[in-house]
Design a protein around this ligand. Structure first.
Ligand code: ATP
Ligand code: MG
Length: 389
């Protein structure tokens, strides 16, 4: 199809398009697609009727453009389309060549008259082109699950013709749902939780707690790698590296071993909240799942939540470990997450952490700590790293 201009045609889920948010959603999606495909051979990104088009400089760039579009949330499916003259007879001449090498016994033609001034109605167009193709190939018209679907979009100056659907993640374009602060360990779960929130349109900022220099920097390196990887979905990220070591030292001096983990967590949440508010994030995200480890009981969750002044969301709360592992594999964070590290949470952790932490006990233990100062000091010593894809 050397002589034809080609485009990527991007479609969203219909449901996501309902209501008055639609123009904003489509504009954000268009912006994100433009950023995602920068330098990949896309000449122009344009908004059509219920779709976004990306004009390709040539067909060679399609594999790269395709892999970039796949990572853009809000894209449900997309196609490579050919632009041709707005002439049905010309289309009939070209169609056999376009379908070369494809064998099918059934087909369906779906015409969308984006330009309503076109004289033929969509159904009429479907019937006319359908009859032609039936004669040409002997294949039957089937509307449900045909072997091949042929789409014709009637634009003001051209037809866009396309066949093969590429599935993407759907969801909402990053940015339409506001910002969240993800507590990112180096483990398997929190990157998956981050990915899920990004898929729901949230811009993520990341907070990683480390106990360097009490332990080595491996958990920091993993957090950096994970953020680098996840940035492909939002093009720009900030990672906050917050020190927990000094706080942990104070906690072990004043609290019984079984309460250490829940106290660490309450401090992590408070520090994350300060960083979140400074950066206009509206919720804290963790990778916890109900009952997965001793600290993730409903009792402990309640005690941790009590320390927060903003919602703590736990997108993985109802998932099994195996499910989280397969998601981590699918989004390519698994290999980073399983590298060995020295996480701050492995430091000074008792054999038997409390599974039913009692809030009054926790509050009493915190009375002997200068909580606000400790939080403030950790915030001041937090290092910010910026990532751009
Ligand atoms: P993950 O696989 O995400 O590490 P986990 O199963 O190891 O989770 P925990 O260690 O109990 O579970 O951590 C629960 C959640 O607390 C994590 O998913 C993460 O959101 C947060 N968290 C734990 N450690 C850290 C850390 N060092 N820095 C930032 N957040 C952390
Ligand atoms: Mg962990």
């Amino acid at each position: 199809m050397e002589d034809l201009k080609s485009h990527a045609i991007v479609k969203t889920h219909e449901l996501a398009l309902k209501g008055k948010n639609r123009p904003w959603f489509m504009r954000k999606l268009t912006d994100n697609l433009r950023t995602a495909t920068k330098g990949s051979g896309v000449e122009r990104v344009w908004q059509g009727q219920l779709m976004v088009g990306l004009t390709l400089s040539d067909e060679e760039c399609w594999p790269e453009v395709k892999s970039r579009i796949k990572d853009v949330f809000g894209v449900a499916k997309f196609y490579k389309a050919y632009e041709m003259p707005r002439d049905l007879d010309d289309l009939k001449k070209r169609l056999p060549r376009m379908l070369e090498g494809r064998s099918f016994n059934s087909f369906r033609i779906t015409t969308n008259r984006a330009d309503k001034r076109y004289p033929m109605k969509s159904e009429e167009f479907n019937r006319d082109l359908g009859a032609f193709l039936k004669d040409l190939t002997g294949a039957q018209v089937i509307l449900k699950n045909p072997d091949i679907s042929i789409y014709v979009d009637i634009q003001p100056k051209s037809f866009l013709v396309y066949f093969d659907e590429v599935k993407a993640h759907g969801g909402l374009p990053v940015g339409v749902s506001g910002k969240v602060a993800v507590m990112l360990s180096g483990g398997i779960d929190s990157p998956v939780a981050a990915w899920q929130m990004m898929k729901r349109g949230c811009q993520a900022m990341f907070v990683h707690f480390h106990s360097y220099p009490l332990v080595d920097r491996t958990s920091i390196e993993k957090a950096v790698d994970l953020v680098e990887h996840l940035t492909r979905h939002q093009y720009e990220s900030n990672l906050f590296l917050a020190p927990l070591g000094e706080i942990q030292k104070k906690i072990i001096l004043s609290a019984p071993p079984s309460y250490r983990v829940v106290l660490y967590r309450r401090f992590m949440v408070r520090i994350t909240e300060v960083l979140a508010k400074r950066n206009r994030a509206q919720a804290i995200i963790t990778g916890e799942s109900c009952g997965q480890v001793a600290s993730q009981t409903l009792e402990n969750i309640a005690v941790v939540d009590q320390s927060a002044g903003m919602p703590i969301l736990r997108p993985l709360i109802g998932t099994n470990k195996e499910e989280i592992v397969s998601m981590a594999q699918a989004i390519d964070t698994f290999t980073i997450s399983i590298l060995p590290d020295q996480d701050c949470c492995t430091l000074f952790v008792p054999k038997h952490p409390e599974t039913k932490a009692d809030l009054n006990t926790v509050l009493r233990l915190e009375e002997s700590l200068s909580v606000d100062e400790m939080v403030q000091e950790a915030v001041e010593n937090t290092e910010r790293r910026h990532f751009a894809s």
